[in-house]
Design a protein around this ligand. Sequence first.
Ligand SMILES: Cc1cc2nc3c(=O)[nH]c(=O)nc-3n(C[C@H](O)[C@H](O)[C@H](O)COP(=O)(O)OP(=O)(O)OC[C@H]3O[C@@H](n4cnc5c(N)ncnc54)[C@H](O)[C@@H]3O)c2cc1C
Length: 359
Amino acid sequence: MIAILGQGIAGTTIALRLLERGRPFVILDNSHKTSSSMVAAGLWNPIVFRRINKSWMADEFIRELESFYPKIESLIGANFYRPRPVWRLHGSKQEFDKWHEKKYLPGFKHYLNNPPLKMQEFLGYASDYGEGEVRHTGYLDLPSFLLHSREFFSNKGLLVESEMGLQPSLDELTFVSNSQHKIAQVIDCRGSQSAKSDWWSYLPFGLTKGEVLTIRCPQLFLDKTFNAGFFVLPLGNHVFRVGATFNWKDKSIEPTERGRHELSEKFEKYFDFDYEVLEHKAGIRPTVQDRRPLIGHHPKLKHLSLFNGLGTKGVMLAPYLSNHFLDFLIEGAPLIEEANLGRFNHLFGQINPQINHPN
Ligand SMILES: Cc1cc2nc3c(=O)[nH]c(=O)nc-3n(C[C@H](O)[C@H](O)[C@H](O)COP(=O)(O)OP(=O)(O)OC[C@H]3O[C@@H](n4cnc5c(N)ncnc54)[C@H](O)[C@@H]3O)c2cc1C
């Protein structure tokens, strides 16, 4: 029997994949107390702007997510998958040139598109360097995905609400999960909180706080995700999510005045409309110093593994990597080198001095 610690996007996708494979498991989660997934905007986008490159393994990740999330919608009877183009305002002449250089290349042409509408027609003024539209992008309504999945698992007796200690023993996990079978394996999916555990204190997490606003802006008519170094994501009924900030120092999960001010200022630079802030949230992204995931076995505890480090791209990475990780765990297939936490085995026994543990 496998225990999954945490029901963010990492724990949820692992659980759904175990279900597909008919493997017994139980999820233990503390009601999303420190969840980054519940705060995230849920966007996915294969293009890295400025130099117009594709992000790491973008084609594989996009292909997998486009089949995975609709399949899960049918399985649990809920709607949370929202494909939607991104409308990018180029940030420089160099970006504009790169866009036009790459837009007909075989690996790029199904992502890069000229937008049917110009900024000038939309807002009344011309953008400095023009604009482009990215396709095969969208957002996942993460609260809906996580809460419907939670209900689905709870109804099957596969989820227990519990706050676990930082390094729970197999006996504790068996007891708390009320399982008839002994817990023999643990997959740690606790996001930023895994970094606090002695199990993983040697790993170079470089956690990043982020904040987002939800606003109502009745005069704004926008049906694509607007990106100009920050994003405005339309949620319907003139409600928009505006984000996100990046802070490597502050590790509290409370929203700040500074974050609110930064996001308001960015929004107001492009949109001269009245708006009302409905919600302001913050979370800690489980980012890693080399910007790659952390998946694989603990170097000493063979019953323990980690599925973490999804960083700023949990929605895009989780469908592909959850399957890949279980191929490794169950079938013994090799892990992608860049994601394998074994790349840091030489640090085992040391404590990562960069970790300023979140509360
Ligand atoms: C402001 C902001 C905007 C973002 N925008 C995007 C975006 O647009 N697109 C995107 O892909 N990603 C985005 N992200 C990143 C995204 O949130 C992460 O990639 C992803 O959510 C990480 O998921 P996770 O499951 O690893 O961790 P989490 O979502 O943090 O889940 C961990 C779970 O474990 C639980 N837990 C922790 N400790 C314990 C314990 N001791 N006992 C029991 N349960 C425990 C937590 O409460 C939580 O439910 C954003 C993040 C932030 C903060």
